[in-house]
Design a protein around this ligand. Structure first.
Ligand code: AMP
Length: 217
């Protein structure tokens, strides 16, 4: 399977769709947000800095992100393709990522953009929660994504948590960063002829159906 890059505004459903592709196609799901949350939990100097930036909705430095990313895609489970969720986040990262791919003799693969109206994405904030153990994402505003037992993970029964950056003020910061820094990436990859668009504002099933169709082409 080709590598997949998912590009989307915050709360558009990258994490949910990545989990579904992972399950159906048995591909590793690499979320730089998750890698950074693990690094932040170390609570050393670098961890504290990462935590500060993430809590305020700002980007973490390209150097830190690229190091974590490169180490992760060098793992053997990435040899037959992987899903990137939240990376690259700006054109500079994409340029550096191209160099890493060349060095590791890997291809970019396909870029899937999840298109969504800002207000629909923002309205999902109040219900989002996730499992700190296995990373599964839920949303209590959406019957498709509500856990069976209140506040417990369906897969591992761990108590669900809310992200500290999931609040309306930080959302504005994160959304603006998306428009200014991440959206130009679509043009960058359009030039390589590898971009496909999906409407992710309807339901997670509908998003997934469109993605499956693209991956089957
Ligand atoms: P996410 O889980 O993808 O929503 O990311 C949460 C936060 O992690 C973002 O708001 C950024 O602070 C940071 N982050 C995740 N991926 C990147 C990246 N590729 N570059 C810079 N910062 C990132």
């Amino acid at each position: 399977m080709k590598n997949i890059i998912l590009i989307a505004a915050p709360l558009a459903g990258k994490g949910t769709e990545s989990a579904r592709i992972k399950e159906e196609y048995n591909m590793p799901h690499i979320s730089t947000g998750d890698l950074l949350r693990q690094a932040a939990a170390r609570n050393d100097e670098e961890g504290k800095k990462i935590n500060e930036l993430m809590t305020s909705g700002q980007f973490v430095s390209d150097e830190i992100v690229l190091n974590l990313l490169k180490n992760r895609i060098m793992q053997p489970d990435c040899n037959d393709g992987y899903i990137l969720d939240g990376f690259p986040r700006n054109v500079e990262q994409a340029i550096e990522y191209d160099k890493i791919l060349k060095e590791l003799n890997k291809e970019t693969g396909i870029v899937i953009v999840l298109d969504i109206d800002k207000e629909i994405a923002k309205s999902r904030i109040s219900g989002r929660c996730s499992c700190p153990n296995c990373g599964k994402v839920y949303n209590t505003n959406n019957p498709e994504l509500t856990p069976v037992k209140e506040n417990l993970c369906d897969d591992c029964n761990t108590e669900l948590i809310r992200r500290s950056d999931d609040n309306p003020d930080t959302y504005e910061e994160r959304y603006n960063a998306y428009i200014q820094k991440t959206e130009p990436l679509i043009d960058y990859y359009e030039k390589k002829g590898i971009v496909r668009h999906v409407n992710s504002g309807i339901s997670s099933d509908e998003t997934h159906n469109q993605v499956v169709k693209i991956l089957g082409e």
